[in-house]
Every structure is written in structure tokens, then in C-alpha cells.
Design a protein around this ligand. Structure first.
Ligand code: XMP
Ligand code: MG
Length: 183
């Protein structure tokens, strides 16, 4: 769905479909360069990262593997609880593997820092993070993120995998929601 079709549900578009695509292509080129001689495993964090994963992996030109994890920290609300639960674990043993965690967004950083500790305990050769979006003003913990698409203001956003109450994931841009949608 495009922004025009979503209409008055959206407040404003932060990143157009083109801006997202351009940055994803650049991140893919960075990963191609850095993992040219490594057997890389992309780990997508469901459900938000599905669009990033699909587009990023197809823009990459090196052999790679993909796996997915689902963790929960938000429920259907808009605030991180800091309590993370694994809803779906990896199928892959990452011992000795070069892992890149693919994320939609880093907000407080609580989910990611928990995830990185969890993955690191499994003995991978390396773990890096690639996130399309990051909210620097919302950071509660410092997390090293090697590949960031865009730093955005501390506002709740939807689209390109990001949801509000499980809706708007299929929006092709990144946008804030109009207040009437929340109430
Ligand atoms: P934390 O705060 O732990 O959050 O870094 C990470 C996860 O929370 C979700 N999240 C959002 N989802 N719009 C969304 O639709 C947002 O603005 C937003 N901020 C955080 C997301 O699932 C992310 O992986
Ligand atoms: Mg997520």
C-alpha cells in the first residue's frame, strides 16, 4: 500500500519508498564488501524485519543464509517493556558463524541488547547488527550498530514492516500515524 491510499490515517511520511530503497541498496553494498570472504547468516527479527530482510538480501550479491527469530517486548502497545521472550528461536546452530542481525528499528535498544547477549552466548564467530531505522533520542542502553539506514526522531512510526496493532506493515514507506488512529 502507498501513502496516498493510506490517506488520513497517516500524519506525515518520514521516508518515501524511494528513500528506503536507496538506503537498503547502500547497506547491501556495505555488507557485500564486509562479508565477501565470509559465510554470512542473516538473522531477521520477526515480524518487523521481514521487509528489510526481503529487500536487503535480494540487493546483496554474495552467497548468504537466512534464518529468523521472533521475540516479544511490546505486545500491541507502543512502549518497550524491556522484558524479552523468545517466541520462535533460530533453526540454525550459529556456533562459529558470522551473524548479522537484521532489524527494522532500534528504539530503546533493550530488545537488541538482550538479543545480542543471547546470540553471543551461542559462540558465533561474529555478531553485527543492520537496522533500517534508529531513534537516537530514545536510547536507554548503548548498542553498537554497524549498519544503520536512517536515524529518525523519537516518534512512533509505521510502515515497511513496522506496525501499529499489527496493521500498516504493508505500507511501502515509513510514516507517523494520525492521532485519530490511536484513539
Ligand atoms: P526497543 O525499544 O527494545 O524496541 O529498541 C525494539 C522493537 O520495538 C518495536 N518498535 C516499534 N515498532 N514503530 C513500530 O511499529 C516504532 O516506532 C517502534 N519503535 C520500536 C520494533 O518491533 C522493534 O524491533
Ligand atoms: Mg522488531
Amino acid at each position: 500500500m502507498d501513502a496516498a491510499t493510506a490517506g488520513t490515517d497517516l500524519e506525515h511520511v518520514l521516508l518515501s519508498r524511494e528513500q528506503v530503497a536507496t538506503r537498503i541498496a547502500e547497506l547491501a553494498a556495505d555488507l557485500d564488501r564486509d562479508y565477501a570472504d565470509k559465510d554470512v547468516l542473516l538473522v531477521g527479527v520477526l515480524k518487523g524485519a521481514v521487509m528489510v530482510m526481503a529487500d536487503l538480501s535480494r540487493a546483496m550479491n554474495i552467497p548468504l543464509s537466512m534464518d529468523f527469530m521472533a521475540v516479544s517486548s511490546y505486545g500491541s502497545g507502543t512502549k518497550s517493556s524491556g522484558v524479552v521472550r523468545i517466541l520462535k528461536d533460530l533453526d540454525t546452530d550459529i556456533l562459529g558463524r558470522h551473524v548479522v542481525v537484521v532489524e527494522d528499528i532500534i528504539d530503546s535498544g533493550l530488545t537488541l541488547s538482550w538479543l545480542l547477549a543471547n546470540l553471543s552466548s551461542r559462540g558465533p564467530a561474529s555478531v553485527k547488527v543492520c537496522a533500517l531505522l534508529r531513534k537516537p533520542e530514545a536510547a536507554k542502553v548503548e548498542v553498537d550498530v554497524e549498519y544503520v539506514g536512517y536515524d529518525i526522531p523519537n516518534e512512533f512510526v509505521v510502515g515497511y514492516g513496522l506496525d501499529f496493532a499489527d496493521k500498516y506493515r504493508n505500507l511501502d514507506c515509513v510514516a507517523t500515524l494520525a492521532p485519530h488512529v490511536y484513539s
